[in-house]
Design a binder for this molecule. Structure first.
Ligand SMILES: [Zn+2]
Length: 122
């Protein structure tokens, strides 16, 4: 990525994404607390509902942690000047792709190859 304005803009975008991920993480942490069976909560929400909510919150915590690592890695690449280049083949990832997914680590070709490999491994 050679355009310094765009690099700054993407840095700001990534910082914002990181911030909202942290906010989501905070909320999910509250919902992921172990289900307690105190009488007051049982009345409002059945134990099954509470357990289901907890499981969903834990799943989203895992998803959030993954996204956060992705965004942090992208911010690192901005700092080291390698942002915008594919982590696999070193080609330009492409502005349009970065605008739709600011933390995208791979160019379209490498991403498609990875997706295909993952699908084949299944
Ligand atoms: Zn590539």
């Amino acid at each position: 990525m050679t355009d310094p304005d765009l690099r700054l803009r993407m840095n700001a975008v990534l910082e914002r994404v990181l911030h909202s991920l942290d906010e989501e993480h905070r909320l999910a942490t509250q919902n992921a607390r172990p289900v307690t069976l105190d009488q007051t909560s049982v009345g409002r929400l059945s134990r099954m509902d509470a357990m289901q909510q907890q499981a969903m919150a834990q799943a989203s915590l895992q998803r959030l942690a993954l996204q956060r690592r992705r965004v942090e890695a992208a911010l690192n690449r901005v700092r080291h000047g390698s942002y915008g280049r594919c982590c696999e083949c070193d080609k330009e990832v492409g502005v349009e792709r970065l605008l739709s997914d600011p933390a995208a680590p791979f160019c379209m070709d490498c991403q498609e190859e990875r997706d295909a490999q993952r699908a084949a491994a299944r």
